[in-house]
Write a protein that binds this ligand. Structure first.
Ligand SMILES: [Zn+2]
Length: 347
């Protein structure tokens, strides 16, 4: 089959014909139809320790059809359309059994890092990682539900607890995940302040529901948030950039009892800057602030995310598509900040 392989930490992906994957008793083999491409995957392939063996087929956001199932598989059928949860969890520990499987005590890593992923014609994964995809959602849009749409659902609903009347500052609002966080925070009843560094990305955030936009190339993020909230600050800050600078600004932008949600990681090896940020304990204590790490979603939340797209409540933003063989071109364009929303490979 055709596949794009990663040969070294942070390296480029290159095309190769390889063997089709084998199917274990609890696995399902998928004919991959589309795979999402975003900064997430570029960061993951450059973070030491995530890729467990080389060469590796990348691809963590996958949509396709089941073509074969192992002897023990009961939850999906051949021919079924599916999207894929990208954490390899044990399904048995106390976190897996209480809806917090992303904190799995026996976690094996990410699909596309610890096992081969979706930058190929076929992929084999544990069938319990698959979620039914209804007819009517095209594969490119469906592929990005796995991460870009699902991640904001957990962040808004469980971590930031966004409700009617809350002001939500989204930092990195025009990125692949951020653009869906803008929509999700609106859907939860929030008033959204969208911050980013590119005019084109901010225009899209505005078109998808942001109430206010903050161009951080021109304006100070904290001052502008304070001004737009009549001096109070935002009840929730979702930081998809997660640099020391944005995290400290996010903390300073919070209202009393506000929640800062950390949603990104910028390895110093890629971005050449230390991401550790400073926290003033007196500020956190006196204002009753909360700092949350938001780690992906449960299977139930992935199914909810599919439902929101099916109902038309969240619009998947895929602005560019590429053939499989041009995956590296897509990576380079994303690194150069040239893609608004998400890109997808059509396979
Ligand atoms: Zn577990």
């Amino acid at each position: 089959m055709r596949a794009m392989l990663l040969h070294e930490l942070g390296g480029p992906v290159t095309f190769k014909e390889v063997e089709e994957p084998r199917v274990g008793p609890c696995d399902a083999k998928i004919r991959v139809r589309a795979a999402g491409v975003g900064l997430t995957i570029i960061i993951m392939k450059s973070t030491p320790g995530l890729v467990t063996a080389y060469p590796r087929i990348l691809g963590h956001e996958v949509a396709g059809e089941v073509v074969e199932v192992g002897s023990e598989v009961r939850n999906v059928k051949v021919g079924e359309r599916v999207v894929c949860h990208f954490y390899l969890t044990c399904k048995a520990c106390r976190f897996c059994r209480s809806g917090r499987e992303t904190l799995c005590e026996n976690w094996k890593g990410y699909v596309g890092m610890a096992c081969d992923g979706g930058y190929a014609e076929y992929m084999s994964v544990p069938s319990l990682n698959l979620c039914h995809l209804p007819e009517g959602i095209p594969f490119p849009e469906a592929s990005i539900i796995s991460d870009a749409i699902a991640t904001p659902l957990h962040a808004c609903r469980e971590e930031a607890r966004v409700g009617p009347g809350d002001t939500v500052l989204v930092i990195g609002a025009g990125g692949g995940v951020g653009i869906h966080a803008v929509q999700m925070a609106k859907l939860c009843g929030g008033r959204v302040l969208a911050a980013d560094i590119s005019g084109e990305k901010l225009e899209m955030a505005k078109a998808l529901g942001a109430d206010e936009i903050i161009d951080t190339k021109e304006k100070d993020l904290v001052q502008e948030t304070i001004r737009l909230t009549d001096g109070k600050g935002a009840e929730a800050v979702l930081d998809f950039v997660a640099s020391a600078q944005t995290l400290e600004a996010g903390l300073a932008s919070l209202a009393t009892a506000g929640r800062l949600i950390v949603l990104g990681f910028r390895p110093p090896g890629v971005f050449k800057v230390e991401p550790t940020f400073r926290v003033d304990p007196l500020l956190v204590l006196s204002k009753g602030l909360e700092i949350h790490g938001s780690r992906y979603v449960s299977m139930a939340e992935l199914a909810d995310s599919v439902k929101l797209v099916q109902q038309g409540k969240i619009k998947p933003v895929v602005t560019r598509t590429f053939p499989l063989e041009e995956a590296e071109t897509a990576h380079q364009m994303i690194l150069a900040n040239k893609i608004t929303g998400r890109a997808a490979l059509i396979i």
